[in-house]
Ligand binder design. Sequence first.
Ligand SMILES: [Zn+2]
Length: 292
Amino acid sequence: MTLRSQAKGLLMGVAGASLVVSGMALWLVRGAGGSPQANGAPSLLDILEEVRQPRPAPPQRPPRPAPPPPARVVWRSPLGRSCAAADPALEARLRALLAELPSRTQRLRIHPTNYGERLTRDAFGNPLDPTPRLVVLHETVYGLSSAVNTFLTPHPRDDDQVSYHMLIGGRGEIVEALDPSKRAFGAGNSTFQGQWAITNPKVGGSVNNFALHLSLETPIDGEHAEGAHSGYTAAQYDAMAVVLADWMRRFSIPAEAITTHRHVDLAGERADPRSFDWGELRDRLNALGVVC
Ligand SMILES: [Zn+2]
């Protein structure tokens, strides 16, 4: 093939290509009105338009009803309602302590494996109200520093993860382990007054998503005993009362919604807080004017 014939072949190729392009342009113009072509097939513009449309999101699974908790004994609060005049010395002491609460509170940064976020949907897609509306009382069994160390330690296994929002030491120490906006892992399978939230089907329903957890340091004689122990100190009841009064006001929690781990636990394995004196707490909450 000579150079000239090569050039001629190239020219013919270009001409042929331009014919194909102009034919396509004609086809586009014919279909430009968006109306189906004579044979009823969609035009190329229709197809291009369809491709440009955002794809609809895959349909979400509709919520399924969550299983209700098993029927339980109704909680009858030992606190009751009281507007009785309080001992002036007690009232003055507690009001001073309440005013000092922000500066007296020690705050920890516990390991993130030991707590979670309060969720707004359960495992079945139903909306959840994550606002705290229940207080669960516990005891640490071992000393305050042992509980603090446990919360600071990473726990990769679900079964080992544990936390409370607040710890109250035997000398009245107030330790906030977790902000109330977060979900503490204070109770496992649990319910209160016909309510639970199933956020982790492996655990079953729990009160954790709407609970605040407070734990009292156990006295030394309670560390290895199964039953009762010598109880909690006056400084502990004072500190607990001001923390509870603060929570009750901030989250509109009534005294009837202060309960025990023993009551909410569905496994029947928890007995805490042992040797708890409701009268001591009632007198202090009355003095602070939150059970009237
Ligand atoms: Zn407990």
